[in-house]
Design a protein around this ligand. Structure first.
Ligand code: HEC
Ligand code: HEC
Ligand code: HEC
Length: 452
């Protein structure tokens, strides 16, 4: 290890999360209680009060205990847990926020920030803090995060004004459907809001992290909430830092309410509120879709099981290195169990999975056994969590991996600990209940580019 790379070591105490598969859950579904209300929330408390410097000092203390883990010491979104989260924690130094009631490009209002901190960001790891912090603490921490970007001292928030709400009705929804078509929302979200006939399907945020356009039939995944007002604000103001554009002056205020009502009408029930028949019908539909397009299904599985997050090397800013998606070479060190550079999953014949048989790929994903017989521990890759995948899903995942363009990147072998170190590690895990930290090193340890 060179001293240059040492500087960027990010120790991550996520062993427990990896073991329990909670990361996959957290990243896909967000916090456990992350289900947005479908009725408007009552107006929240007062906006941030005066005496900013004292408040900011108190807010820093809240931040340093509650927020650093994800948002990082300097607020640039690079806390120790960040590399394992999708979407990534916000970079507060950029002053760019997704969830605003302000014009595109504008900073958010205090009320926007307070609301986000209180209720969390659904469909992400960002917790709802109102259960854990007092309202005064929330106000202070918001004052503090505003000090992390100069934009809050030089700019004013440009709030949008929404006209009177148009109540939902079959007529409003039908009009909203026309607006949806006129504004081509379907080009990214699909004509049915569920991705069908979408023209653009691959998205990235401003930090080069992969992103999917929201599935409009799954309102509980909307980051900013699922009431018609929430939805109106999202498409009216856009989501800064993402490809979700802002739609200003494209329709009248009443039409925008109609559109919001239409989007609400696309929402289906989440599985946990369905009865047995509804669940069966949903899975039958999913199975039919997967059968019709296994590669799309495979890509969905690879994205949601975080394969990309681990099997793509990151640069020092935590971005996937250009052209290296799924090319492996991300070094993960599990103390004291050894070094695990992740394998190249592209279709390259020499250094990727191009030369593997389908069965060899499936075997390593579900049993951790590589073609040379080497058995991987269930860390860092929690293959035991993948072992319950259906044969159809495994086939779909392999079918998709076959389509990933080849990148030649030969990744070094994993290293094994000496027996005493191994036993010590096991002792710590089993007896002392101390999960091993996983350290993720930026840069590619493979042969491509010689970045390290
Ligand atoms: C477990 C990780 C985690 C912790 C702890 C955490 N956050 Fe977040 N936070 C996130 C993630 C992930 C996002 C990005 C969500 C997205 O992009 O959809 C985020 C986004 C945000 C946003 C921006 C929302 C927007 O409009 O773009 C704010 C504000 C925020 N967090 C404040 C806080 C504060 C204040 C704390 C501490 C009290 C905190 N967070 C603690 C993970 C975390
Ligand atoms: C250029 C592609 C594109 C177009 C066009 C587009 N969207 Fe989006 N939309 C996205 C992406 C990408 C996201 C996900 C952003 C994220 O997760 O941070 C998104 C997210 C959303 C969300 C979820 C908001 C939330 O709180 O998470 C809604 C609702 C939405 N879009 C509605 C619309 C509507 C209505 C239109 C048409 C007026 C539209 N979108 C047009 C790309 C697009
Ligand atoms: C938490 C990080 C992590 C996640 C998530 C993860 N992997 Fe891995 N994976 C690893 C590590 C570390 C190895 C061991 C080193 C190696 O052999 O690549 C590995 C090994 C593999 C191998 C064997 C590669 C080889 O060259 O020997 C394959 C294939 C694989 N993973 C596929 C996947 C797929 C598909 C997914 C998503 C379903 C996935 N991995 C998710 C970290 C991860």
């Amino acid at each position: 290890m060179t001293s240059a790379s040492q500087r960027f070591v990010r120790p991550i105490a996520i062993g427990a999360l990896v073991c329990s598969g909670a990361i996959g859950f957290g990243a896909v579904r967000g916090g456990l209680d992350a289900q947005p209300p479908t009725t408007p929330s009552a107006p929240t408390g007062p906006a941030v009060a005066a005496a900013p410097s004292e408040s900011a000092a108190r807010g820093k203390r809240v931040y340093d205990t509650r927020c650093v883990e994800c948002h990082g010491k300097t607020g640039s979104g690079d806390g120790p847990a960040a590399p394992m989260l999708m979407p990534r924690p916000r970079d507060f130094t950029a002053g760019r926020y997704k969830l605003r009631s302000t014009e595109t490009g504008s900073i958010p209002t205090d009320e926007d920030l307070l609301r986000t901190v209180r209720q969390g960001v659904y469909g992400s790891a960002m917790p709802a803090w109102e259960k854990l912090l007092s309202d005064a603490e929330i106000q202070d921490v918001v004052v503090y995060i505003k000090t992390l970007s100069p934009r809050f001292t030089t700019e004013l928030a440009a709030a949008v004004t929404l006209g009177p709400q148009v109540p939902s009705s079959p007529e409003s929804i039908a009009r909203g459907h026309q607006v949806f078509e006129r504004l081509s929302c379907g080009s990214c979200h699909g004509t049915d809001g569920h991705g069908t006939f979408a023209i653009a399907t691959e998205f990235e945020d401003d930090w080069n992290h992969p992103l999917t356009a929201a599935d409009l039939t799954q309102p509980w995944t909307f980051h900013g909430g699922a009431t018609s007002r929430d939805i109106y604000l999202r498409f009216r103001t856009g989501m800064s830092g993402t490809p979700m554009p802002s739609f200003k002056d494209t329709a009248t205020d009443a039409e925008m309410w109609d559109l919001a009502n239409f989007v609400v009408s696309l929402g289906r029930k989440p599985v946990w509120s369905m009865n047995a028949e509804e669940v069966a019908a949903l899975y039958a539909r999913d199975a039919a879709e997967a059968k019709a397009d296994p590669i799309k299904r495979g890509k969905y599985l690879v994205d949601t099981h975080l394969c990309v997050v681990c099997h793509s090397p990151l640069d020092q800013d935590g971005k996937i290195m250009p052209g290296m998606t799924l090319a492996g070479g991300q070094l993960m060190r599990v103390l004291p169990f050894g070094d695990y550079p992740t394998g190249n999953l592209t279709s390259d014949k020499e250094t990727g999975l191009g030369g593997w048989t389908d069965d060899q790929i499936k075997r390593v994903i579900t049993t951790g056994t590589r073609p040379n017989g080497v058995r991987l521990p269930p860390l860092p890759m929690d293959w035991s969590a993948f072992s319950a995948m259906t044969p159809a899903d495994l086939n779909a995942m392999v079918a998709y991996l076959r389509t990933v363009p080849p990148v030649s990147n030969k990744v070094p072998e994993i290293t094994r600990p000496l027996l005493p170190m191994y036993l010590w590690g096991k002792f710590k895990m089993l007896i002392l209940q101390d999960d091993p930290p996983i350290i993720i090193y930026p840069g590619n340890v493979g042969t491509k580019g010689g970045q390290r």
